[in-house]
Design a binder for this molecule. Structure first.
Ligand SMILES: Cc1ncc(COP(=O)(O)O)c(C=O)c1O
Length: 306
């Protein structure tokens, strides 16, 4: 999620969302899923442990001096496939392997601008099943090349936004009876990404504040729900590039607002969010606060592997 480039600083504190009371809320399936998520994160960690790297939590002297805080970087850019997306992909596929391995046989379909795709291909190679990746038309050539040449995946481009690619991928998987793995709109994927929070907490249990890059919101949801279950005082801050800030705008509006997507070098976090996604942190404000910042796309560039 972050590399130790010399200068990263959040520039604009926009808003704090107040939590609503839980007392009069009728328990929904969503509520139950969220309540069960910390346990699912721990189960996910045991499941995926042998397939992933426990990435370093590195003290950054530069950022600490610059900010006056003790700053650590969780180096998920050193993860086997270059991002924490591998955790979600492995968790999903290992769960399917446990439940019904036949489901993987026809191959897997994933939608991704890159990192989730690479993660799915890597995991699928372990289980010897084929993968087709759907990416939006503007998907960077370096990522297409990496998927095709390094990992031997089939890549299909579709649509002008990642949501269009996601819907196409989901429908294609349904037609062909294949497994679709969403990059963020999936509880099992989210639990896998939450293992980043598990590792952080186990190494630095007195952490005060965690900054997480946000696209569709799967990573921050998994991490935030886990950390808050351990210590509700830990602040979790979502960061989005100003030029692609759907989740930020949605948090401000209190409902999903798509359409704030312009060019950004942070292509891993760019794009709209699928309608009805289970990853919306706004729903989690019922339980705790998630604060959001928007940053210039130069500053959030540290989230990019490339
Ligand atoms: C490095 C990196 N950080 C953050 C994200 C955003 O993840 P999410 O869509 O779960 O918010 C992505 C998405 O691919 C990513 O690759």
């Amino acid at each position: 999620m972050a590399s130790d480039l010399p200068y990263v600083k959040v520039i604009q504190v926009i808003h704090t969302i107040k939590p609503s009371t839980t007392s009069n809320i009728i328990k929904s399936r969503m509520d139950e899923k969220i309540e069960g998520l910390p346990h699912e994160v721990e189960k996910a960690y045991r499941r995926i442990q042998q397939h992933i790297l426990k990435t370093p939590l590195m003290y950054s002297k530069y950022l600490s001096l610059d900010s006056g805080a003790e700053v650590y970087l969780k180096l998920e850019n050193e993860q086997i496939t270059g991002s924490c997306k591998l955790r979600g992909a492995f968790n999903k596929m290992l769960m399917i392997m446990d439940e019904d391995p036949e489901e993987l046989k026809p191959g897997v379909i994933a939608a991704s601008s890159g990192n989730h795709g690479i993660a799915c291909v890597h995991a699928a190679n372990v289980f010897k099943c084929s993968v087709e990746i759907f990416g939006q038309n503007s998907m960077s050539q370096s990522k297409v090349d990496a998927l095709q040449q390094l990992y031997g995946a089939k890549v299909t481009k579709h649509g002008n936004d990642c949501v269009e690619a996601e819907i196409k991928a989901r429908n294609t998987a349904k037609e062909r009876n294949q497994l679709f793995i969403s990059p963020y709109n999936d509880w099992d994927v989210m639990a896998g990404q939450g293992t980043v929070g598990y590792e952080i907490y186990n190494e630095l249990s007195d952490v005060d504040c965690v900054f997480v890059s946000v696209g569709g919101g799967g990573i921050i949801s998994g991490i935030a729900v886990y950390l808050k279950s351990k210590n509700s005082k830990i602040k979790v801050i979502g960061c989005q590039a100003s030029n692609s800030r759907t989740m930020y705008e949605s948090m401000m509006a209190g409902h999903l607002v798509n359409g704030f997507c312009y060019d950004t070098i942070s292509d891993g976090t760019a794009g709209d969010v699928e309608e009805g996604s289970v990853s919306k942190p706004l729903d989690y404000n019922t339980y705790f606060r998630v604060r959001f910042h928007k940053t210039t796309h130069f500053e959030i560039g540290f989230n990019c592997k490339f």
